[in-house]
Design a binder for this molecule. Structure first.
Ligand code: NAD
Length: 260
């Protein structure tokens, strides 16, 4: 009885979840774990996410990879129509696609600043808007989960990354604003702010210098980065009916990084 209650409270059975940028990293793990909770998965990626689809299918889940650049309205609109054709409905969106440049105000070009805002903030806006359109048209409730970052609250050190930090602060405020704007349609919008998570974005030596990894260690009271799956509980909860009165908030999952 107790087990049934917990299962049904957090179950995503019968729901369709779109996860953007889920060809690798956090998105891949969240897509896998939303599928484990019962959701049928659609992935938006710029170059295909076959590996993630295979992973989910190998565990008995359903997944499809759709080529869609989140910054391009037409591609997002067409991708969401494809989801409706394949699964018949959309219920959950995890706005995960993102990029980060370790460049300060003088190193980053204005083009790079714009690109970071475009992918991390405008891309999430476009996906949320197009998803909200179809949810409203179908009269279905929805849950939109925007991946923000601790960088929306603090300025990371020692690397400089003004564009990324500004984009993530924008995601957090956009989350609150969209939650208010979409509340009458029973569409909830929340964000998750991870601390450092071990993914290509944060451990790939092509992107992060080994000295930087060393410099981050004393800043982490738990002395380690998160594993991507340590975000799954928050994502499943926000996606599920266990969180129907949780709206417009940011869930910090940072192993105490912002507590000190
Ligand atoms: N890794 C961390 O330490 C960390 C910490 C806080 C927040 N985040 C956020 O989590 C999210 C996932 O990060 P990650 O660490 O898994 O990074 P990652 O680089 O491993 O994955 C990001 C994915 O997004 C895709 N992507 C980028 N632009 C896209 C676009 N326009 N359209 C579609 N897909 C696009 C990339 O191709 C990639 O597959 C990002 O929003 C990131 O800012 C990461």
């Amino acid at each position: 009885m107790k087990e049934n209650y917990i299962n049904s409270l957090f179950s995503l059975e019968g729901k369709t979840a779109l996860v953007t940028g889920a060809g690798r990293g956090i998105g891949q793990v969240l897509a896998r774990d939303l599928a484990r909770a019962g959701a049928d998965i659609a992935i938006f990626s710029r170059s295909g996410a076959e590996e993630s689809v295979k992973l989910i299918e190998s565990e008995g889940g359903k997944a499809v990879s759709i080529i869609a650049d989140c910054t391009k309205e037409e591609e997002v609109r067409a991708g969401i129509q494809k989801i409706l054709e394949i699964y018949g409905h959309l219920d959950i969106v995890v706005n995960n696609a993102g990029v980060c440049y370790h460049k300060d105000i003088f190193e980053a070009s204005v083009e790079e600043f714009r690109e970071c805002i475009d992918i991390n903030l405008t891309g999430e806006y476009i996906v949320a808007r197009e998803a909200a359109r179809v949810l409203i048209a179908a009269g279905r409730p929805g849950s939109i989960i925007n991946i923000a970052s601790i960088s929306g609250t603090i300025a990371n050190i020692p690397q400089r990354q003004v564009a990324y930090n500004a984009s993530k602060a924008g995601v957090m405020q956009m989350t609150k604003s969209l939650a208010v704007e979409l509340a009458d349609h029973n569409i909830r919008v929340n964000s998750i702010s991870p601390g450092y998570v071990a993914t290509p974005m944060s451990v790939d030596p092509n992107f992060v210098e080994p000295e930087l990894l060393e410099a981050w260690k004393p800043l982490m009271p738990m002395h380690r980065m998160a594993k991507p799956e340590e975000l799954s509980g928050a994502a499943i909860w926000l996606a599920s009916d266990a969180s129907t009165y949780t709206n417009g908030v940011d869930i910090i999952v940072d192993g105490l990084y912002t507590a000190v």
